[in-house]
Design a protein around this ligand. Structure first.
Ligand SMILES: NC(=O)c1ccc[n+]([C@@H]2O[C@H](COP(=O)([O-])OP(=O)(O)OC[C@H]3O[C@@H](n4cnc5c(N)ncnc54)[C@H](O)[C@@H]3O)[C@@H](O)[C@H]2O)c1
Length: 273
């Protein structure tokens, strides 16, 4: 008997789903049969993703909201329930550096920089989760909340302190919420992508930088968008029904490469033994 994942009859909300990883997650939930609320701050992108899903026979609605704004998040979650009759799965995917901000030396990150990056990567997810959890509990419990963290929390790089700290807070939030919401039948997990070549990353990184990252992963490659989408679909499914409070790394093994310097011969490594 084949093992399949079927999200038919479920309503899934994916934030920041107009591009990149979120777009692929939305497409895969639709492929798995869910009705998908495609959130983005950009109407054009959200609408384009909905058109793609509908052209492939799926069900989706574009819901524009800035997830940094609590009132807009409340309205977003309410609109999902109004449109599809429930909220079963929520993927809090909004993140990356906000418009106008780039990586920076820690000593040059002022309070405004920290607040901007924390708003985008921590507070947006906190607002979404609060609204989603309240809605799931009010509707009798049950559901899945999935956060998108980052491999940056397991293998930090310089010049990204605020982003990494925000994502690390998500990692801990997952454990607290799993304990607090578990009795209501709500599972809470996070996935931590390694470098995934979305448009945003392609624009921000040079080819040399991407090549260096790829060379440092055991699998010698970046992560594909659909690999994260498949993981999201799995973690939200009955197949993962006992998994909660976990951070799942999907990083082509990147976090392992800090354990031992590359090309260290047994002789060179003798002082480490
Ligand atoms: N791409 C990577 O290598 C990588 C690695 C680790 C973690 N991540 C995480 O994965 C998630 C997605 O990353 P991505 O590379 O696909 O990003 P992306 O920039 O390609 O896409 C993000 C989408 O979110 C939308 N968006 C931005 N701010 C928003 C807001 N405040 N409210 C609603 N929508 C908003 C954008 O319009 C865009 O469509 C982020 O949380 C990011 O931190 C990405």
């Amino acid at each position: 008997m084949a093992v399949t994942i079927d999200h038919s009859g479920k309503a899934a909300l994916v934030t920041g789903a107009g591009a990149g990883i979120g777009r692929e997650i939305a497409r895969w939930f639709a492929r798995a049969g869910a009705s998908v609320a495609v959130n983005d701050i950009r109407d054009d992108n959200a609408t384009a993703v909905v058109r793609e899903i509908e052209a492939a026979g799926g069900i989706a609605a574009a819901l524009v909201a800035d997830c940094r704004d609590e009132a807009q998040v409340e309205a977003l979650v309410a609109a999902t329930v109004e449109r599809f009759g429930s909220l079963d799965i929520a993927v809090n995917n909004v993140g990356m550096l906000p418009a106008g901000r780039s990586v920076s030396a820690f000593v040059d990150m002022d309070g405004a920089y920290w607040r901007d990056v924390l708003d985008q990567n921590l507070m947006a997810a906190v607002s979404c989760a609060r609204s989603e959890a309240r809605t799931m509990v009010a509707r009798g419990g049950g559901g899945v909340i999935l956060f998108v963290s980052s491999g940056e929390t397991t293998r930090p790089s310089p010049y990204n302190a605020a982003y990494a700290a925000a994502k690390a807070a998500i990692n801990h939030l997952v454990t607290t919420l799993a304990v607090e919401l578990g009795p209501s039948g709500i599972r809470v997990n996070a996935m931590a992508p390694g470098t995934t070549l979305t448009e945003t990353v392609r624009t921000a990184f040079t080819d040399e930088h991407v090549a260096a990252i790829v060379a440092s992963t055991p699998l010698r490659r970046a992560v594909e968008h659909d690999e994260l989408a498949r993981l999201a679909v799995f973690l939200s499914s009955e197949l993962a029904r006992c998994i909660t409070g976990q951070l799942i790394l999907a990083d082509a093994g990147a976090f392992l490469s800090r354990t031992r310097p590359a090309n260290l011969s047994p002789d060179e490594g003798s002082e480490l033994r």
